[in-house]
Write a protein that binds this ligand. Sequence first.
Ligand SMILES: [Zn+2]
Length: 509
Amino acid sequence: MSRWPGPKILITVLCVFLLPGNAWAGWLLSENGNAVGDIPVREQEADVFVSIGEMARQLGCYPKTLNDGLLVRKGSASIQVVPNAAAVWLGYEIIPLRRKAFLADQRWWMDSESALLVMEKLLVKSGEKVRLKWNGVGDGSPAPSEEEPRPVAVKPVAPKPRPSDKVVDTAENVSVRWGNHTDRIRMVLEYSGKLSYRDVPGGVEIETDGRVATVSPDPSISIKTVSSEGRWRLSAVASGWVSKSFELDSPRRLVIDFMRPSSSVAPEKPVLASPKPAPIPHKKPARKGKPLVVIDAGHGGKDPGAVANGYREKIIALQIAKRLASHVRALGMDARLTRDDDRYLKLNTRTTLANRWDADAFVSVHLNALPKGRHAKGVEIYIMALPTDKDAMALAKIENAEIVNGSNGNGGDKTDILLSILGDMQQNNKIQESTSFAEALFSSGKSGGLPMRRVAQAPFYVLRGAAMPAVLLETGFISEKSEARLLANPSYQEKLAKAMAKGIAAYLK
Ligand SMILES: [Zn+2]
């Protein structure tokens, strides 16, 4: 077992030379070994950020402002930089950034490592084979047109080294698989090289250069991924459980056994062993071709959701969810509720159930709310992705309150949470399917005479890790007196449920 040293000394050295006021103009970018030009840099919170717009221009791409963000085009490929997100879109793919990108002095700034990665991916997608590098500190003069590499300016500033330059253990090709046993859940990490990890109570913490993607197979095991100083740290912990880890050879493996507490040994309730769902004894072995829709009534128990005009979101959401389930069944599909009474379920339990039941679609039912003084009405359907706008992001923060407020044992670093939510989506290529699903619901709502507002997107934690098309249905605004009254009305609930069930049928059949 080995432990990692902190790269703090290196960062400190960099900071000394990067104090504001230094007369350096930028870093020299090179493409396949050839100098491209100087890119403006700025130091912020002990990290070096580069102008992504200038970088794009010098690489022959077209940056332009889009909504509150930046769009960079090259041929038919594009990346989209969104405010307050530690991730960018590359088409439908989401690339997590090491740090949030930000706008300052009329430029978009991205951390230097992520900028290389993002631009490389964009150029590769547009059909160019490139390798980008920071060569050293430029002198502010225009980029040379000749092919020969320019000498690196003699200045006491070095670019931030690639992670591989650091003296830490580096494991490569790390993959994770899970096994389910009566008395334990086993996690196996396969890798080459040397893995940096340590045991923690109830689990393990590993550190790698690249992000290791995995989804918890069981609500008892909490997976967290954070990035700091160019490295990724993944922790897998079952709090209150005993865990054991050991290494094996050929191929190199780290095995972690999470021992079930003896009282919870329940072989009749197998956990999901990724990637294939475990058998489900309490369900008929064959669904006889009937698609299964899992309907999740938002909030419940100690979590009332939004409260306004004398109504509570958790109560109305459950009423609508139950009606939706019976309309879904009436149309020849199967439906299951994540809760059918007023009980509290953690956000990640909801999709875990849908995965375990091998659902074909997942709908989480909610009621929207706006702060005092703001008014809106209508039905909104959300998929999980980078936020459409500020309102969508604000809504996601409200619906994510459970994790943002730290009841998951996290101190509530919203940036890290957002980053890990978005990062997890990379392995979930359901964005396009979820969008079609949302659009089917929207058009069915329209033909059903409902006040349909929009299809939008935001990073909702409750949709994270769903292995099927998943949407969050905001049935209306509880903060709007007339609409709240309508939403509590059984005949309006019926109308709503009927139209949404038709949309589900249109999508699944
Ligand atoms: Zn809600």
